[in-house]
Design a protein around this ligand. Sequence first.
Ligand code: ADP
Length: 501
Amino acid sequence: MSKGATQGRPYPGVSVSTKLLFYFLIFMMLLLVVLFVFQVVLLNVFYRYTKTNEMEHVSDMIEVSLENGNQGLSKTLIDHADEYRICIRVFALKDSGAVEIADVDAAESCFLHHIESSTLEELYRRAIDREGQYQTVVPLTAEQSDIVVDQNDLVNNGKQIFTERLSMISVDICYAQDGTPYVIMLNSELTPLRATVQTLRVQYVWISMIFVGLALLMAMVFARSIVSPIVRMNQSAKQLATGNYEVQFEGEGYRETRELAETLNYAAKELSKNDRLQKELIANVSHDLRTPLTMIKGYGEIMRDIPGENTPENMQTIIDETERLSELVNALLDISRLQADASELSREPFDLTEQLQTSVERYDKLRSQDGYTVQFAYDRHVCVNADKTMILQVLYNLINNGINYAGEDKTVTVRQECRGDKVRVSVIDHGMGIAEDQIPLIWDRYYKVDRVHRRAVVGTGLGLSIVKTVLERHGAAYGVESCAGQGSTFWFELELDEIEE
Ligand code: ADP
């Protein structure tokens, strides 16, 4: 993280509020464009479409009653003429000529009722040419229509008619059951939409302004509510970076931010624990290193300066202290290798009983000079599939602890017993034991029950942490049974590979 960024200089990039505002505006614009197209541009088209459908519907109803021998014709005419404000004229084409059988004048001034019969004939001819159906838009009244009709262009045929008031004409030819042809002529006024469109345009401008304002407001409100927990967590994270592990992450508002806050709180707790343990390690390790180093230096100087002090005992002391140092360094190396995942498990089937026996014997021989006894008890020979080196490291650490914390009897017992498909290895001593409340803690890295450093019992606080890591990597169960003053039994269980009787 650059220093400037933490000191308040904003990062390059788009902020959440700007992005939100951008998306809101895009959404609003789309909404407004759709509104404009449908309400303003296409209003006339929709209106005409609806009118055409209405006329077709009325024409169909009349056609049905004509085909059924004029049954209910007058009722159909009156009902629909009133409902849709449509003028209706129906002609029966007899041999003697056209006879008008129905005539409803629902509008004040109607094109159909004010035109010459020649124009009616022209409409009829056009319907015949178009398979018995013809629709057109003409000026509302006959007087206005003269302008067009006189020029023998009654129908606009798609051309624009420049007059305010228009009406739609529909001509339908149908046949009764007896074969008599009927001509159904309908005429309905088209309300001028110019004023409506104008009104909608003005409304549209207002609606646009209101919605853009609303978009701005909503983007700001949303952005604030989304961003504020993130901003708060960012501030807490900056404090955490400066080493303040007490900081609390709060992510109220959203499930995701709450989850993130929980994770960060957990991370802060772990960091603080690690930091504390690290400090303790440095204190412990430096103490442990300093003591043997002081001894080595002191004895070295004595042997150099005082004649006669160059004795084998003094040399042994230097060797012992050097061993202690290398033990400490080795434990540190082991743990860092395990933690860094550098050493992969290399499982192989091996004879556990044999390995345990050999290690115990070797240990026993080594420590017998100091009066310690390490003994081995087992029920039968077993094989396991595990990382041999690591499992022996576990055993070594446990025996070492057993000896370090052994009781008066100075005896450590390693016991191997089969339990179903598992084998349990226990390391038992009769020493000081561990208080119940300390038991869950001893597996932690750098943890030592006895904080006050005692030379007699030297430890790194890493042994059990290595044991724990190795056994967990194997998926093995492990634990300790102990009572203060009554000794401890450390155990772990491995799955049997094959049983040798
Ligand atoms: P250390 O190097 O200090 O022994 P370990 O991780 O091996 O570190 O053990 C952690 C602590 O657990 C020890 O400091 C000791 O207090 C306690 N402990 C471990 N083994 C025994 C034991 N057999 N008897 C009593 N206490 C033990």
